[in-house]
Design a protein around this ligand. Structure first.
Ligand SMILES: [Mg+2]
Length: 421
């Protein structure tokens, strides 16, 4: 029997007890659509990957109707015609995710963004700072995220990341959407969790464990260290300790730079019109640049992808001086597009890929960039656009190279006093 009540390091000191939360947005894509259109509240809604795609997110009401996750859209529409189907808009979701993470960063200095809708937050010590217990603190986090970003979340709090993840899964089915599992609650939590549900065990490992008679997470931690390590490796052993409440993987707020940033979407109708395709490309360049600036990066290589009606893909890339500005990227992207384009071919989508990413903090200053240079002005302009869009919504500013419809209110939004830069 393993004692999981307290832990000592090899010098006999009690190890620090951490309080780690996993904040998981509820039905994130659907919640985003409801934030953008509150008429969807209380209705059965599915978000789909596209007109010829499948269901990728469901509201509670859609789940109750019995719509399966991953069902092709044409089948879902045929079997459940009363549900509302919306094509995913990942740029919107990324903006809203950013708002959620900003609220979390305001609460704790240690936030690890795990995915677009999940983040680990180290709450250790915050109970004293906020003068409330960890349950009240979780309620406070839920309320702030809801009030400030409009997104409902479930929260699991425990001693390690693996346990916090399990607790948050339990929280989803609880009325309060909060599950706190302190050291006394760990055995109960593990006994009620099958090995398939454990974060990190996955589909390949679970059947093997079952083959050895290990059905629950509690049975998993009973296994001897040597046995676990020799059969399943070091990670499996570390997972055992995480499940016992020993912190192996710290919450890290180190920024991990993406390898590349891309943006693409199918046209509303197939087209061979070069101007239309250029405009679409510009929309993607703008979205990709926003992402690039958000992670405080510049790119040194761009790629343009053009897909024909028959799914043939053309792709070409080119190096350019480090930049995160739309105009500089489009100047290099348009010639690539023009070289690939054939006016007798119908195309279904265009996209941009930004590669060779470097953090602004690491990038060298260009010796020839004087104060007030064009590059500096461009950077200020881009920041102003981002600020205005954050305040008033995306594509609020007509950038001069897109003929996309812009909301009528844009006219009065762009006043000189709004553009302080
Ligand atoms: Mg989620």
């Amino acid at each position: 029997m393993i004692d999981i009540s307290c832990y000592w390091d090899d010098r006999g000191y009690i190890l620090e007890q951490k309080y780690i939360a996993l904040i998981d947005c509820d039905s994130f894509f659907v919640s985003c659509e409801r934030k953008l259109n509150p008429d969807l509240n209380g209705k059965a809604v599915c978000v789909t990957s596209g007109e010829r795609g499948c269901v990728i997110a469901r509201s509670k009401e859609a789940k109750e109707m019995g719509i399966p996750m991953g069902q092709p859209l044409f089948m879902a529409k045929r079997d459940f015609p009363k549900c509302i189907y919306i094509t995913a808009n990942h740029s919107d979701y990324s903006d809203i995710s950013h708002q959620v993470m900003s609220v979390l960063r305001d609460i704790s200095p240690i936030v690890e963004v795990y995915s677009v809708d999940e983040a680990f937050v180290d709450l250790t010590g915050l109970s004293k700072l906020y003068k409330m217990n960890y349950y009240k603190l979780a309620e406070h986090i839920r309320k702030r995220v809801r009030d400030e970003s409009g997104i409902p979340v479930s929260i699991g709090v425990s001693r390690t990341k693996a346990l916090a993840k399990l607790a948050s899964d339990k929280a989803k089915s609880m009325e309060s959407h909060i599950c706190i599992s302190g050291k006394c609650g760990i055995p109960r939590l593990l006994k009620g969790t099958s090995v398939d549900e454990v974060w990190g065990i996955g589909r390949r490992l679970a059947p093997k464990l079952r083959g050895y008679g290990i059905k629950t997470a509690y049975e998993y931690i009973q296994k001897n260290d040597v046995w676990l390590k020799s059969r399943f490796g070091k990670t499996a052993l570390e997972l055992k300790y995480e499940l016992m409440g020993n912190l192996i993987n710290k919450v890290s707020n180190k920024k991990v730079l993406p390898k590349s940033i891309s943006n693409s979407r199918a046209f509303e109708e197939f087209s061979s019109d070069l101007n239309y395709i250029k405009n679409e490309l510009m929309v993607h360049i703008h979205a990709a640049c926003r992402k690039l600036r958000r992670v405080d990066c510049k790119c040194g290589t761009i790629g343009v992808m053009l897909r024909t009606k028959d799914f043939k893909v053309f792709y070409d890339k080119r190096d350019l001086p480090m930049t995160n500005f739309e105009f500089e990227i489009s100047q290099s992207a348009y010639p690539i597009l023009e070289a690939m384009h054939d006016k007798s071919t119908l195309y279904r989508s265009v996209g941009i890929v930004l590669e060779n990413l470097h953090s602004n903090a690491d990038s060298q200053l260009n010796l020839f960039d004087k104060k007030g240079s064009r590059r500096e002005k461009n950077e200020k302009l881009a920041k102003s656009i981002d600020k205005l869009e954050e305040k008033f919504g995306r594509n609020i500013i007509k950038t001069g190279f897109t003929n996309k419809e812009i909301p009528a209110k844009a006219e009065f939004l762009i006043k000189p006093n709004e553009c302080n830069d």
